[in-house]
Write a protein that binds this ligand. Sequence first.
Ligand SMILES: Nc1ncnc2c1ncn2[C@@H]1O[C@H](COP(=O)(O)OP(=O)(O)OP(=O)(O)O)[C@@H](O)[C@H]1O
Ligand SMILES: [Mg+2]
Length: 220
Amino acid sequence: MNRLIQTIDLWKEYSNGVYALRGVNIEVFEGEMVGLMGPSGSGKSTLLHLIAGLEKPTRGKVYLFGKDLSQLKEDELSQLRQKHVGFIFQFYYLLEDFDVLENLTLIGQMAGIKKPKEKALEILEYLRLTHRLHHRPSQLSGGEQQRVAIGRALMLEPRLLLADEPTGNLDLAEGKRIFELFLRLREERSMTLLVATHNEELKIFFDKIDRLKDGALETW
Ligand SMILES: Nc1ncnc2c1ncn2[C@@H]1O[C@H](COP(=O)(O)OP(=O)(O)OP(=O)(O)O)[C@@H](O)[C@H]1O
Ligand SMILES: [Mg+2]
């Protein structure tokens, strides 16, 4: 099986002396839907950011699609990310000066895909945001902003989706709908997913769960 993610003895110490990760080894194979669980502050976001190459580890290695991230130049890394990796941020980072539709279409336009508007409309329809196309992020509820962030990450049909609490602001029914969408994308597009969540009720959707505690993986 094709290994899309591998971390080896991954450590992250922040400049204030906090050890957010302490020697984490995880593997994610193509087509898997893997859960990343653990209490608040256990290192889930940090691990996802390191895997996406958004931050650098203090020690250890990240292999993404078989490539050692520490050996990639900045432009090679951003190309790899743009082409193959979708990231749903815990705190959204939507473009505040643009409306919902533009938040998605701009991503498609920058990447040069065909018919970005049609694609954006199709995604936004599934995410039940058709009535909010021309609202700015600040005019949306937390759950609506979260769904825009999900839509944005799906615009380029990434092979790998890294999702940081993608349903943290949604009720359980809506959260399940999002997870069902993830499973559908896995079936139809062979997408691979690594999803951080607190929600124990969503764990039935995962093939496998890595649990973090105080920056280390719990062993079973
Ligand atoms: N930029 C930073 N500078 C210093 N410490 C940080 C920074 N980011 C995170 N931390 C610390 O690292 C630890 C892990 O944080 P992280 O955000 O990875 O946890 P998390 O599991 O995602 O938590 P949550 O479930 O609340 O989102 C925490 O103790 C946090 O305070
Ligand atoms: Mg987090």
